[in-house]
Design a protein around this ligand. Structure first.
Ligand SMILES: [Zn+2]
Length: 200
């Protein structure tokens, strides 16, 4: 039976690497599928920090994912990276792909944004997925504890509110100006996210 599986984790938990590995394993067994991503830092590609990449379809807000699967028929699977950025409607379209076309869907996404709130796509995937799988690679806070929060650091201080400016799933983007401020992201344990203590 076809399955909608959602694998989730923080930045640095290897989601894109696993997405590429599944794509490789299935396509090398003569199964055909489509790789999807949204706002990946390299454009319409899925890229792993380990240096592997593959071309992907960019999921724009107006793209109907069920129609895409119909148009690409016959296919055996969809692999959906950066699924936290998909809309709730697009996640429901993935559920239709599974139920009506019998295609396996492997979705990967971040859990929460810098405010500590579920992303829209993540929330809907947790609601409708057949399987919910935490990523096994754990990122670490500077203190050594498991990192569970992705903090936005503006001018050297953690901020807990603001626009959800979209960044790809990466921890190694250089500092970038945002509204005149210097913004970066840092993985922290819950305690240090709450206290605002940054390493070094
Ligand atoms: Zn910590």
């Amino acid at each position: 039976m076809a399955t909608l599986r959602f694998s989730f984790g923080t930045m640095g938990s290897g989601k894109s690497t696993v997405a590429l590995q599944i794509h490789h394993n299935l396509s090398s067994r003569d199964l055909s599928g489509v790789l999807l991503t949204s706002l990946d830092r390299e454009g319409a590609q899925v890229t792993s920090r380990l240096g592997v990449s593959a071309d992907a379809v960019e999921v724009t807000p107006e793209l109907d994912l069920y129609q895409l699967a119909v148009d690409r028929w016959p296919i055996h699977y969809l692999i959906c990276d950066e699924a936290q950025f998909y809309s709730a409607a697009q996640v429901d379209q993935l559920a239709c792909v599974v139920d009506q076309l019998g295609i396996d869907v492997y979705a990967f996404g971040l859990i929460t944004d810098f405010r500590g709130l579920l992303f829209e796509g993540t929330k809907r995937l947790l609601e409708v997925a057949d399987e919910r799988v935490p990523m096994q690679v754990e990122a670490r806070c500077w203190c050594g504890a498991r990192a569970t929060h992705n903090a936005r650091v503006v001018n050297g201080r953690i901020t807990y509110e603001g626009e959800t400016v979209v960044v790809g799933d990466t921890v190694d983007v250089p500092e970038q100006p945002l509204f005149g401020d210097v913004v970066r992201y840092e993985l922290l344990c819950r305690g240090h996210y709450r206290s605002g203590e940054l390493g070094r």
